[in-house]
Design a protein around this ligand. Structure first.
Ligand SMILES: *Cc1c(COP(=O)(O)O)cnc(C)c1O
Length: 344
């Protein structure tokens, strides 16, 4: 199951789903109903899982678009079954177990009752059981191993005729790369499909095989180059004052484009294959870069805010560090706020 929620982690859901389908993805995972509908309308015929839960007002669309709900709440079981029977259809459902995430789903002790409730209803076909790892971004896999064991024990406790046909899945990227035995019947990688390890810069996948190659670049172009004397306060609040005669490259990028204010005086960008610091406050639409040491910079030059240029690279993990967040958030933010162009 290729995870394409959040508009493909900011990369464009439909375009990414096409690539993943070409590579053999057997199913797609999204959080929300609207995302599933969009995928179906784009023509995908693979199973599409709605992972964050469903509401009664989603039922029409589930049937109309043939989407697979992941049940997280027992109260919906009778209503969903009734809807299926009315339509003379059977709907495949998966059940989410809370094997230690503490967020959503049924506790292991509740699983038997839930499964029995689904099995007793005409119209519902229990196809799979899933869980999710809370610490798969932690390179220490001990906690994940315990959760995997709890998950498998709860499933094994079901009647044999029930659990033998079930599709079991638990692995996100972190589980897939850093915990043995998590593959089960299906895996649900997300961040690794977009080229990042779940644990950030220190992730095993950053150094070990398979090497992940980040897909996203965030590129802008210099809109002005200017020189200011030493002692010049730059931008709102003058949070940076030049200590020397300084050449500035102005980029038409700001927090409106997801290049958040918190990156002021922290980030760096690439110009002519070299690294240059962001100086002063990032404003809504403009960012200043000190290019005093990169003589060749001219109006129109390409500036890389995320990605590679020459031998230099800025990763979403590095930007996440400046923003006190993780690569996931950086990718979603930059992707959601900007026009996306696809390059082979
Ligand atoms: C987002 C998500 C994944 C994918 O996680 P990554 O860390 O991006 O690989 C897998 N399963 C569920 C339920 C998710 O919500």
């Amino acid at each position: 199951m290729a995870m394409v929620k959040a508009d493909g982690y900011g990369h464009g859901m439909v375009e990414c789903a096409r690539v993943f389908a070409d590579c053999g993805a057997a199913a797609f995972g999204v959080a929300e109903l609207v995302e599933g509908i969009e995928l179906r309308r784009a023509g995908f015929e693979q199973p599409i899982f709605i992972l964050a839960g469903v509401l009664p007002e989603f039922f029409d669309a589930l049937f109309e678009y043939g989407l697979t709900p992941v049940l997280v709440d027992a109260t919906l079981i009778p209503a969903l079954a009734r809807e299926a029977v009315l339509r003379r259809k059977e709907i495949a459902v998966h059940v989410k177990m809370d094997a230690g995430m503490g967020r959503q789903g049924f506790l292991p002790a509740e699983l038997g009752d839930i499964v029995a409730a689904i099995k007793s209803r005409e119209g519902l076909r229990l196809q799979g059981i899933m869980a999710h790892f809370p610490m798969a971004d932690n390179p220490d896999p001990a906690g994940s191993k315990r959760i995997l064991a709890d998950f498998l024990r709860a499933v094994a406790g079901l009647r044999p005729d029930i659990h033998q046909d079930l599709c079991l899945h638990i692995a996100n990227s972190g589980g897939l790369f850093s915990v043995d035995g998590t593959s089960l019947d299906m895996v649900r990688p997300g961040i690794s499909l977009y080229g990042y390890g779940a644990a950030g810069a220190g992730d095993v996948s950053a150094t070990a095989e398979p090497q992940l190659i980040p897909a996203m670049q965030f590129v802008s172009r210099v809109i002005q180059v200017r020189e200011v004397p030493a002692g010049t306060g730059l931008g709102y609040g003058h949070i940076f004052t030049t200590g020397r005669t300084t050449r500035l490259a102005v980029l038409p990028v700001g927090y409106e484009d997801g290049y958040l204010r918190v990156l002021s005086n922290r980030a760096r960008v690439l110009l002519h294959g070299r690294s240059a610091p962001v100086v002063g406050r990032i404003s809504m639409n403009l960012t200043l870069v000190d290019v005093t040491d990169i003589n060749a910079v001219r109006v129109g030059d390409e500036a890389v805010l995320l990605g590679s240029q020459g031998r230099e690279t800025i990763t979403a993990d590095e930007i996440g560090g400046w923003m006190e967040t993780i690569s996931y958030e950086v990718l979603c933010l930059f992707g959601h706020c900007n026009r996306i162009e696809y390059v082979d």
